[in-house]
Design a binder for this molecule. Structure first.
Ligand SMILES: [Zn+2]
Length: 262
């Protein structure tokens, strides 16, 4: 068997496992933050009967499937969101393992995706993107830029252009819309989120990202959401989803698109 392939499969297996654990943890963390509880206080327990969960109840994905999605103690259904979180993060980490070599940028993107995932859940539930989480994303990018990539003029320019190319026009558009509509059109949190995501991406990728995010949001609006929901759909989750698609397929898509132009 090809040694490189073996190493890659080994890494991917562990990334998948680690991702599912992170998904479970971050879902719980986001819930506690939304409820205004301390994130690291108390052991994991069933939200219905309060029974403290044992290690065998906490195996990501498997525990949910074995217990058929119900608490083992009170038989109350466990929210499907738990399983979904574990699967989504397992998939994200698996993609990171596939796309990125084993170096510092893998850690940077692992931290990035964990924080982005937490932001997504919180924004979905509360329509608020916490500033503290955005600051973590910003510092994470700067930390790896300064200490691992090395400060270069080109690097600085790339980060600034990526960060501003969509967020700044969006800021002006939203100010204009607010003025015309006489109410808030686009949340300030979304614009700040676009800014920090842009620090990790090229300007072309950012243009693709905002396009995909709008398409996803429109699809959701017209085909999935119900009337009550439509008044206020948070945009953050669509930005996160678009980030993942651009991360996976953006490079290939942009190459193909440029080959059509030139
Ligand atoms: Zn229970």
């Amino acid at each position: 068997m090809d040694w490189d392939l073996f190493v890659k499969l080994y890494i991917i297996f562990w990334m998948f496992l680690l991702g599912s654990v992170m998904g479970s943890f971050l879902d719980c963390l986001a819930d506690r933050l939304v409820d205004g509880k301390s994130p690291f206080h108390g052991r994991s327990h069933c939200n219905t009967c309060g029974h403290v969960l044992l290690p065998r109840d906490l195996i990501p994905i498997i525990s949910f499937l074995v217990s058929k999605g119900r608490c083992r103690y009170c038989k109350h259904p466990i929210p499907k969101e738990c399983l979904l979180s574990e699967l989504v993060m397992a998939l994200v980490f698996l993609a990171l393992g596939l796309k990125i070599d084993m170096d510092s940028s893998l850690i940077m993107y692992a931290i990035f995706s964990c924080v982005l995932f937490t932001i997504t859940i919180i924004d979905w539930k509360t329509h608020i993107i916490p500033n503290k989480a955005l600051v973590v994303l910003l510092l994470n990018r700067l930390f790896f830029f300064v200490f691992f990539e090395g400060i270069t003029v080109n690097g600085i320019l790339q980060i600034i252009i990526g960060a501003c190319c969509v967020s700044v026009p969006m800021l002006f558009i939203s100010i204009g819309m607010d003025y015309i509509l006489k109410k808030e059109s686009m949340g300030g949190g979304d614009i700040k989120l676009l800014f920090v995501i842009g620090m990790y991406m090229s300007w072309l990728e950012m243009l693709l990202l905002i396009f995909i995010a709008c398409v996803l949001a429109l699809l959701y609006f017209f085909f999935i959401s119900n009337k009550d929901e439509q008044a206020e759909i948070p945009f953050g989750p669509f930005l996160s989803g678009a980030w993942f698609l651009v991360f996976l397929f953006g490079e290939r898509f942009l190459q193909w698109y440029q080959s059509l132009l030139f």
